[in-house]
Design a protein around this ligand. Sequence first.
Ligand SMILES: Nc1ncnc2c1ncn2[C@@H]1O[C@H](COP(=O)(O)OP(=O)(O)OP(=O)(O)O)[C@@H](O)[C@H]1O
Ligand SMILES: [Mg+2]
Length: 263
Amino acid sequence: MLVVTAISAKGGSGKTTLIQMLASAMLARGGRVHVMDADADQQILEWQAKSTGADFGDLPRLPWPERLTVADAPPTVEALYARLDALDAEGIDLTLIDTRPGEHPDTETLALAADMILVPAVPVQSDFVAALKTLTWIGRMIATLGPEDPAPLYRAVLMNADKRAIDFVTAASDLDRDRARQKLHRQDAEVFDVISTLPLLPTPVAATISLQRMPLTGPLSHVRDIYAQDLRHRLQAGHLTAALEVCHEVLKDIEDLSGAARG
Ligand SMILES: Nc1ncnc2c1ncn2[C@@H]1O[C@H](COP(=O)(O)OP(=O)(O)OP(=O)(O)O)[C@@H](O)[C@H]1O
Ligand SMILES: [Mg+2]
């Protein structure tokens, strides 16, 4: 079982979106997912209830995927590891942990239990400073581990990015990167220079409406299945399939990296 925790020192950077993207990808693959919600606003715990209020016009609703369960995060370290053992024994493929913003001891426990810690990083100055702060915090956390303790991997994820940001981070050569940099405002270029020094997940996440709406509509695979019921909505189903593609790539990046780390 793969365990992924999203953390950030600053609110509103994309933690919950990342968690919902990964849940969507694993569900689309036919896998089983558990999400622990450790955020006070309970975005994940209320996800199913909110999505039943979404407007799908005259399309019949589909039952919420049974392969996705959500619960509060356990209150103690012992309860957390007992829950993880039980989920693993049950055959859950992916456990995702959504956390509240800020540097809290309980968030550290949830982060250190993961195979991969994700730090969403929106490419604007204020968010980037927060992402850097979060990465420094992770470094401090990992330094508290003993030599025998397995250390989680960590990556920043470029979130909610526009085309210029994506062109910059995905540039195939130094020349392409220089060209992408020249299209940026000077202030942005300074932010992007920092981006290129971060431990980044290879796949950037573009700003898309489907991702923005996901907290209200449900996992993308579920929403796609609703639209795919009727040929008149095939364009919408196509958009969702495209948005799911990014989710699959992010999940695959994490699997590749954590597989490589395990050897
Ligand atoms: N790739 C994206 N495309 C479109 N909207 C996005 C994307 N990533 C994040 N957002 C939007 O940005 C806002 C903040 O994202 P999200 O709720 O995931 O952040 P968060 O870190 O969980 O926030 P909080 O700290 O309040 O829990 C949301 O409205 C979300 O829909
Ligand atoms: Mg959130």
